[in-house]
Design a protein around this ligand. Structure first.
Ligand code: DQA
Length: 146
C-alpha cells in the first residue's frame, strides 16, 4: 500500500528523446528517480506507473482507490479528450493532482483544455520535471491535512 500513486500516461515513456525543446532532456527514469527521492525524504511511499493505454490507467486507479491517499496524474494526450479517465478520477474519489511538463495553455488550441482538470484537486503545468516535484510536495500537504 502506497501513499502516492503516480501515473504517467501515453507517450511519456519517450521523454528525453521526444520534442526536447518542449518537454526537456530528462528521461522518465530520471524523473521517476527524483519523484522517489523527494517522496522518501517527505516520508511517503510511492508507486509509479506508465502506460500508453487509457483502460490501463483506469484499471490502476480503481485498483488503488482504497489504498493511495493521493494520485498524481499526467494523462498525456488523454488529458484533452478522455471522458473515461475524467469519470474514473471523479468516481474513485482519491484526491488527484493533474501534472504537465509543458504549459498546456501556451500551446496548440486542442491542448488548451483539459477534460480531467475539473475533477482534480488542482493542476500543475509548465515547470518541466519540476511539475512532478511540486505535485509531490503538495501531496504531502494534502496527506498531512494542509
Ligand atoms: C503533456 C501535454 C499533453 O498535451 C501532451 O499530449 C503530452 C504531455 C505534458 O506533460 O506537457 O503527452 O501531458
Amino acid at each position: 500500500m502506497s501513499d502516492l500513486l503516480v501515473i504517467h500516461g501515453v507517450n511519456l515513456s519517450l521523454l528525453g528523446e521526444r520534442e526536447r525543446e518542449i518537454y526537456g532532456r530528462s528521461t522518465l527514469k530520471e524523473i521517476d528517480r527524483k519523484i522517489r527521492e523527494i517522496s522518501e525524504k517527505l516520508g511517503m511511499s510511492v508507486e509509479i506507473f506508465q502506460t500508453n493505454h487509457e483502460g490501463a490507467i483506469i484499471d490502476r486507479m480503481i485498483e488503488c482507490s482504497n489504498k493511495a491517499k493521493v494520485i498524481i496524474l499526467n494523462p498525456g494526450a488523454f488529458t484533452h479528450y478522455s471522458y473515461a479517465i475524467r469519470d474514473c478520477v471523479s468516481g474513485v474519489g482519491v484526491p488527484t493532482i493533474e501534472v504537465h511538463l509543458s504549459n498546456i495553455y501556451s500551446r496548440e488550441p486542442f491542448r488548451q483544455s483539459s477534460v480531467v482538470a475539473p475533477v482534480c484537486l488542482g493542476q500543475i503545468s509548465g515547470f518541466g520535471a519540476d511539475s512532478y516535484i511540486l505535485a509531490v510536495k503538495m501531496a504531502k500537504k494534502i496527506i498531512d491535512g494542509r
